[in-house]
Design a protein around this ligand. Structure first.
Ligand code: PMT
Length: 220
């Protein structure tokens, strides 16, 4: 029905940051709170979808007990969980802020303070969204781009490289957009080059706008 436009659809969402362990007490992370992704999960559930939410470390609670919430720490764990479920879903939305690198070695004991300069060797993490982009069959695939410069150009590159239907651009140059805030300001860039700009809104309303575009693609 039009009240439940995602009935019988399965939606996978990644959310939150990843923590890349340096040793048992330290990590490399970022400022993602998970809010954007959890609002997407809540909105997809409210639209009738079966939702799998794969979340990095956050303080947020599962928006609904019917949502399958899988909590992970690192990019590698997020990669494992996401690729495990991707083939069974109709829609995947990558809103997580995944660390591009991880420490090559995670020390088993707390690293002791010693020399003035300490070097940490990093290795690249797999790109989860690009992996989905290569594997996709009929799924609708949506990514995010968090930019600080050359926003539209960078987002267009990610849309192409990761083989997405559309990419949601948010810029740290916009007040009230991006990490942590209750609000976000987005632009959506489609494969055909169309760019839709939205006003500053609550993340709940932004999630609804994104789902409306996805429902449009599913019904096209
Ligand atoms: O969690 P909040 O505090 O509410 O903040 C929301 C947000 C700012 C985190 C969110 O709106 C957002 O922009 N998420 C993507 C952040 C990001 O890491 O963007 P990126 O431009 O580095 O990555 C591009 C895309 O590839 C993203 O969809 C990302 O999930 C995905 N990616 C990136 C690297 C990687 N190794 N694997 C991935 O899947």
């Amino acid at each position: 029905s039009s009240n439940l436009p995602l009935r019988k659809k399965k939606v996978l969402i990644t959310a939150g940051p990843t923590y890349e362990a340096i040793d048992p007490v330290r990590f490399i992370g970022n400022h993602s709170s998970g809010k954007m992704g959890y609002e997407l999960a809540a909105a997809a559930h409210a639209a009738g979808a079966e939702v799998i939410l794969i979340s990095g470390p956050t303080h947020l609670q599962n928006p609904n007990e019917d949502i399958k919430l899988i909590r992970v720490q690192s990019a590698m764990e997020m990669f494992e969980a996401t690729t495990k479920y991707f083939s069974e879903v109709d829609v995947a939305i990558a809103s997580a802020a995944v660390s591009d690198y991880r420490p090559r070695i995670s020390a088993t004991q707390k690293i002791k303070k010693s020399s003035e300069i300490m070097e940490l060797e990093l290795v690249k993490n797999p790109d989860i969204l690009a992996t989905l982009g290569s594997a996709r069959k009929n799924q609708v695939l949506v990514g995010f781009a968090l930019e600080t410069e050359n926003e539209e150009e960078n987002a267009a590159g990610k849309l192409e490289r990761k083989n997405l239907d559309f990419i949601v651009l948010n810029s740290l140059n916009d007040q009230g957009a991006g990490f942590k805030s209750e609000t976000n300001k987005i632009k959506i860039l489609f494969r055909n080059g169309t760019l839709k700009a939205f006003d500053l809104k609550s993340k709940k309303e932004v999630a609804q706008d994104i789902l409306t575009e996805i429902i449009g693609l599913l019904n096209a």
